[in-house]
Ligand binder design. Structure first.
Ligand code: ADP
Ligand code: MG
Length: 636
C-alpha cells in the first residue's frame, strides 16, 4: 500500500470524531443539554422531543443565560466557562467541564441557541444559528433554549443504528429521569410530539424528604413502599474534610428486586455514574437476602471529597475513578447492609407455616407486604393497585402433567400426607407409610421426593441413592422449555385474567406496550393502556398464570424496550422467554407438598435440558449410596 501523507484533520472532522464518543443516540444529547441547564442554575427544565428526539430535541431552562459576546464561543471545541486551570479540573463541581458537547452536537446536527442573560445583558435575547453563525435579536425571558434538529443528518451511518422512535424516546426519558433523581429541587417536564409525557415538580423540602418525594414521582410510590432510607457517615469527620464520605438514599427490600438492573441508580457527587465498585458493594450487601440473579433496586448517593474522585476518565463522564476504591466499597456496603438489617430482624417473628398448608404459604424468608409496612414507621399507606399480596395457589396447577402425578402408586401416601403431624422446622418429613412403598425403579430416574430442605432443595430417593434438586432452578428451566416449545408452535397459549391487574406505569412502559401489542400477543400477554400513566394486564401465558402478572408485564416490557419491536422475538427470543420463565418459576423459600415435589421431578424427567437451569448451573445432583457410605466411613 502506498504511504499516505500525514496531515492535520479539518476541524469539522475532528468534532465529528469527538461526537462519536459523546453522542451515541438522542438520549446522549438530552443528557448533555440537561447537564448544561443544571450547570446554569436552572430551576425548571423543559425538554421537547419529536420523533424520539431524532427530528428535534429542545431543552429550555431558566438559568443564567449566555452573553451575546460569548455565544459564538460556546459552540467552539474546548470552550468552557467551567474550568480555567488544572486545579479547577481536580475539584470540579459542575456536570460539564470538557467544553466539547455543544461543538460535537453542532457537527452532527442543526443547532440553534436562543439565550438571554439574567443579569447585566441586553433586555432581549439572542438567537444563534449554529450552521451559519448568524446572530439575531429575539424576545426571550432570561435563560437558554438549545434546539437540536435532524440528529446525524450528516452521518447517515450513525443514523442507521438508531432504534424505533418509542425506544429512543424511552432512552431520552431515562436520561432525564437520572438527572431528576439527583436534583429534586429542579422541576422537569418532557414533551413528545406535542404531548406531555412526564412532569416532575420541584420538591418543596430538602435532603431526604425531597429525595423521597422525587423518587415517588419518578419511580412510583410502589418503589417507596418497598424501600428503606439509608444515610451512612462512613468515616469519622475530620477537620480538613468535614465528611470525607457519605452514602445516602434508598435501598429496595429484597422482594422488590427485579429481573433487570434497570432500577439501580448510583450517583457520585450528584453525577449519575455506572461504577463497578459501588454496584458490587451494594450487591454484596444483599448477598444473603437475595437469591439467584435477582437485581436489587436502589438509588444511592455517594458524596465524597472531589479531590478523592477523578471524573475525567470517560468522555461522557459516566465512569469515575476513586482514589481509594476500598473506602467507597466499604461505605456503600455498610450503608446498605445497615438499612437492610433493621427490617429483617423485624420480620423474624412470622413462623414458617406447617407443611400441610404449603399451598397457601408465603415465602418464609420475607414478611408479607403488610407486615413489612408495619415495620416501617414512615409508610402507612395500603398496598398499591396491582401489588399482589402473595402468590397463593397451586404453582403448576393448570398444567397438563399434573393429572399424571396422581398415579395409583403415589396416590395412597399422597392422600395420607394431609393427616401427617406438622413438620419439623427445617425438613418436611415423609410419613412413614411412604417409606414402605417400593421404589419405582427405572420409571422414575429422579426418584421419589422425601423432603424439602430450607425451602430451596428437594431431596428424593432413587435406586442409586439420594437426589438433590434446586427447585427454583429446575422449575424455571421447565417453564422456559415449555414457553419455547409453544412459541415454536406459533404462539404461547394465553389465559385472560378475571380481573385485569393494573399498575402505575412509566411513560416508556406505556409507549412500549402500545407499540409492541402484537409482540406481546405472540408472547401470550395482553397489556393495554388504561390511562396515560396506567397499564392493565388483561391476559397472561397459561403456563405463567400463577405468577405475578404485573411483575411479568414489567420485565417483558423492559426487555422489549431494549430492542426494535418488529424483530424482538427473533433477536431476543431466549432472553425474553428466560425473563418470563423466571417469573413463572416457583421461588425459593416456598414450601411444597410432596405431591408438588414429585410433580416437579416428573416434569424434569420429561423436559429437555432440564439438568441445567437457564443460567447454566446444574438443577440437580446425585449422591450415590457409595458416596454417602464414604461420607460416614462405612465399609461395604
Ligand atoms: P461544558 O458544559 O463542558 O462547559 P458545553 O459545550 O456543553 O461544554 O458548553 C459550553 C459552554 O456553553 C458552557 O461552558 C457554558 O458556559 C455555556 N452553556 C451551554 N449551555 C448553557 C446553558 N443552558 N445556559 C448557560 N450557559 C450554557
Ligand atoms: Mg456541557
Amino acid at each position: 500500500m502506498p504511504r499516505a501523507p500525514i496531515r492535520e484533520l479539518p476541524d469539522e472532522l475532528i468534532s465529528q470524531i469527538a461526537a462519536g464518543e459523546v453522542v451515541e443516540r438522542p438520549a446522549s444529547v438530552v443528557r448533555e443539554l440537561v447537564d448544561n441547564a443544571l450547570d446554569a442554575g436552572a430551576g425548571q427544565i423543559t425538554v421537547r422531543l419529536q420523533a424520539g428526539g431524532v427530528r428535534l430535541i429542545s431543552v429550555e431552562d431558566d438559568g443564567c443565560g449566555i452573553l451575546r459576546s460569548e455565544l459564538p464561543t460556546a459552540l467552539k471545541r474546548h470552550a468552557t466557562s467551567k474550568i480555567a486551570s488544572l486545579s479547577d479540573l481536580e475539584s470540579v463541581q459542575t456536570m460539564g467541564f470538557r467544553g466539547e458537547a455543544l461543538a460535537a452536537i453542532c457537527s452532527i446536527a442543526e443547532v440553534s441557541v436562543l439565550t438571554r442573560v439574567a443579569h447585566g445583558g441586553d433586555p432581549h435575547g439572542w438567537l444563534l444559528d449554529g450552521r451559519s453563525g448568524e446572530l439575531q435579536p429575539t424576545a426571550r425571558n432570561p435563560g437558554t433554549t438549545v434546539e437540536v434538529r435532524e440528529l446525524f443528518f450528516a452521518t447517515p451511518a450513525r443514523r442507521k443504528f438508531l432504534k424505533t422512535d418509542a425506544t429512543e424516546l424511552a432512552h431520552c426519558i431515562e436520561a432525564v429521569r437520572r438527572h431528576a433523581l439527583a436534583r429534586p429541587d429542579v422541576g422537569f417536564a418532557i414533551w413528545h410530539d406535542g404531548k406531555l409525557v412526564a412532569q416532575w415538580r420541584a420538591a418543596s423540602g430538602s435532603g431526604m424528604e425531597a429525595l423521597r418525594q422525587r423518587l415517588g414521582d419518578v419511580l412510583g410510590t410502589e418503589f417507596l413502599d418497598q424501600a428503606l432510607p439509608l444515610d451512612w457517615p462512613a468515616l469519622p469527620a475530620r477537620d480538613d474534610h468535614p465528611q470525607r464520605l457519605r452514602v445516602w438514599g434508598f435501598a429496595g427490600l429484597p422482594d422488590a428486586a427485579r429481573s433487570r438492573n434497570d432500577w439501580q441508580f448510583v450517583y457520585v457527587n450528584g453525577r449519575y455514574v455506572r461504577d463497578k465498585t459501588i454496584t458490587h458493594a451494594a450487591r454484596s450487601a444483599y448477598e444473603d437476602v437475595l437469591h439467584g440473579h435477582r437485581q436489587p433496586v436502589y438509588a444511592l448517593f455517594v458524596s465524597i471529597d472531589p479531590a478523592r474522585v477523578d471524573v475525567n476518565v470517560h468522555p461522557t463522564k459516566i465512569e469515575v475513578r476513586f482514589r481509594d476504591g476500598r473506602e467507597v466499597h466499604q461505605g456503600v456496603r455498610h450503608a446498605v447492609e445497615a438499612a437492610l438489617a433493621a427490617p429483617r430482624s423485624a420480620q423474624a417473628q412470622p413462623a414458617t407455616p406447617p407443611a400441610t398448608t404449603a399451598l397457601s404459604a408465603e415465602p418464609s424468608a420475607f414478611a408479607s407486604p403488610v407486615q413489612r409496612q408495619q415495620a416501617l414507621p414512615w409508610r402507612p399507606e395500603a398496598p398499591q393497585v396491582g401489588q399482589r399480596v402473595n402468590d397463593v395457589g397451586a404453582l403448576w396447577g393448570n398444567e397438563p402433567e399434573k393429572a399424571s402425578i396422581n398415579t395409583a402408586r403415589t396416590g395412597a401416601w399422597l392422600d395420607r400426607q394431609d393427616a401427617a403431624p406438622s413438620a419439623m422446622p427445617e425438613v418436611t418429613r415423609t410419613p412413614s407409610a411412604a417409606e414402605a412403598q417400593p421404589l419405582p425403579d427405572g420409571e422414575w430416574p429422579l426418584g421419589r421426593a422425601v423432603a424439602q430442605l430450607q425451602g430451596v432443595y428437594i431431596l428424593a430417593e432413587n435406586a442409586q441413592g439420594l437426589v438433590v434438586v434446586d427447585m427454583h432452578a429446575a422449575h424455571e428451566r421447565i417453564v422456559y422449555e415449555r414457553l419455547k416449545q409453544q412459541l415454536d408452535d406459533q404462539h404461547i397459549s394465553s389465559q385472560p385474567l378475571l380481573i385485569p391487574a393494573t399498575f402505575a406505569a412509566t411513560p416508556e412502559e406505556v409507549a412500549t406496550a402500545e407499540a409492541g401489542a402484537e409482540v406481546l400477543a405472540t408472547l401470550g400477554l395482553e397489556v393495554v393502556p388504561f390511562s396515560p400513566r396506567t397499564l392493565a394486564v388483561r391476559a397472561v401465558p397459561t403456563t405463567l398464570a400463577q405468577g405475578d402478572p404485573v411483575e411479568l408485564a414489567r420485565s417483558v416490557l423492559a426487555e422489549m424496550a431494549q430492542h426494535e419491536a418488529s424483530t424482538v422475538v427473533q433477536r431476543a427470543r431466549n432472553e425474553l422467554l428466560a425473563t418470563m420463565a423466571c417469573h413463572g418459576a416457583v421461588r425459593a423459600n416456598r414450601r411444597l407438598t410432596l405431591e408438588e415435589m414429585n410433580g416437579l421431578l416428573r416434569q424434569m424427567e420429561h423436559t429437555e435440558r432440564s439438568d441445567q437451569c437457564n443460567h447454566g448451573r446444574p438443577t440437580w445432583r446425585q449422591l450415590t449410596l457409595k458416596e454417602l457410605d464414604a461420607l460416614f466411613l462405612r465399609g461395604r
